[in-house]
Design a protein around this ligand. Structure first.
Ligand code: MN
Length: 438
């Protein structure tokens, strides 16, 4: 199936006024999915964003607008979360996308427009839930720049471990503490080994950090014992959201050897409500380049498709909002801007490597990309890198400085794709706030 189709055409226009302006996140070419509930009615259901509205898929599936696979897909999404839709696979997701695209176009019939209008809910009138029941969460480490920067701070003599350029490194994280944008979480406490001390102390983390990541939602899973080959890997991916993997660096430094992150990471992780499908991202695929001087991916992690267009040029941004900025009504201060195209391993390689030993992925599983730092320091996706381990505070737009997160601070992640000849699409926001330790 061709990756680019009629739903990607940059000149498509919707009859919906709020989907018209350029520069918005949710034009007719995007059509991302979320779970939401109306503020005046507690029932959660799934929907698709268009302009400043949501198409309620549980209402849509009762109308006479869809048929075939698209109707089956909308029925599967007439649930409080997206797992059943995710499990159906690419043919269903694609059929629903095409049907919605056609029904939203300015040349749709008056009857179609009237029926679809009855399915719309204003985004301002809803609260979001987690898009899926996340059975398992695995966090990767796919930025070689982040791995090198962090490695220098944790192991100055041995920054990048020798396995990094061969193995897509990851660890199994905790799904229960993943929350949706708007999440507030309590500053974690734990064991900390102060510099120069011989025994650890117990207390609240003083080096609480962010991690700018993308979250990859698994669609149809695989049976236990049945690896997913590179040529099929992307068929098992439903879409991508934003992910902030909050990290307590002082807890991490003391606990991480020998088995990796544990309490430094599992107290909270925040994702954006909207999941942008891989199909919507097709115009933003780019070649996956591995420097010639580096080991090339082993055969099981290689494919022609992956080399030609396995990476994605997604613009990523971290914005910082302090309590003082909130009080003064100031806008958040941008502290990092980078692109996903710098990642050392692709989404397909993450899926294939995760299953190569027979491990089974399930619909709704979440794979974190790892902190997506780019090649230069202003492209670093964590405070520990931006401040050189807390030594060089960053200065925000209003003159305040920070090394690590302070109580009341809010972080807003954003992502979008744009280039000439394609419609700009966005991911919305991923917002989280630190509460004082208890
Ligand atoms: Mn992480």
């Amino acid at each position: 199936m061709p990756l680019i189709n009629e739903t990607h055409q940059a000149n498509l226009q919707s009859w919906l006024p709020s989907a018209q302006p350029t520069g918005i996140d949710f034009p007719i070419q995007n059509l991302p999915f979320a779970s939401f509930k109306r503020k005046d009615n507690g029932r959660a259901t799934c929907g698709v964003a268009i302009g400043d509205q949501i198409i309620d898929l549980s209402i849509l599936s009762t109308k006479d607008l869809l048929s075939g696979l698209a109707l089956e897909a909308a029925k599967a999404a007439s649930s409080h979360q997206l797992n059943a839709l995710m499990a159906l696979g690419t043919a269903y997701w694609s059929a629903l996308r095409l049907a919605l695209s056609r029904a939203l176009r300015s040349d749709a019939s008056a009857l179609v427009q009237a029926q679809l209008a009855e399915c719309l809910v204003a985004q301002s009138q809803v609260e979001y839930a987690l898009p899926a029941q996340i059975g398992d969460y695995t966090d990767f480490y796919t930025s070689v720049h982040h791995a090198t920067n962090i490695g220098k701070l944790f192991r100055p003599d041995n920054p990048l471990l020798p396995n990094y350029k061969w193995v897509p490194i990851g660890y199994h994280g905790r799904a229960s503490s993943i929350g949706v944008s708007g999440q507030s979480f309590v500053r974690p406490k734990g064991q900390i080994m102060p510099p120069g001390a011989t025994e650890p102390i117990f207390g609240a983390s003083k080096r609480l950090d962010i991690e700018l990541e993308l979250g990859i939602f698994v669609g149809a899973g695989n049976a236990l014992g049945q690896p997913i080959a590179m040529t099929q890997a992307e068929d098992h991916v439903f879409g991508i959201c934003l992910l902030n993997d909050w990290s307590a660096r002082d807890l991490q430094a003391w606990e991480y050897q020998p088995l990796g992150p544990f309490l430094a990471k599992n107290f909270a992780s925040t994702i954006s409500p909207w999941v942008v499908t891989l199909e919507a991202l097709a115009p933003y695929r780019v070649a996956f380049n591995r420097p010639e001087s580096d080991p090339q991916p082993m055969a099981y992690l290689d494919s022609a498709h992956n080399r030609e267009q396995g990476a994605f040029d997604i613009q990523l941004q971290v914005n910082y909002l302090t309590p003082q900025m909130k009080q003064s009504g100031l806008a958040a201060s941008t502290i990092c801007q980078t692109s996903y195209q710098h990642a050392y391993w692709t989404i397909a390689q993450m899926v294939t490597h995760h299953t190569v030993n027979g491990c089974n992925l399930q619909a709704g599983d979440l794979l974190g990309s790892g902190t997506l730092s780019g090649p230069t320091l202003d492209q670093a996706g964590a405070l520990i890198e931006l401040t050189a381990g807390g030594k060089n505070p960053i200065t925000l737009a209003n003159g305040e400085t920070r090394t690590f997160l302070e109580d009341g601070d809010t972080i807003i992640l954003k992502a979008w794709c744009e280039k000439s000849g394609a419609a700009r699409i966005g991911f919305g926001e991923c917002v989280g706030t630190v509460l004082p330790a208890k």
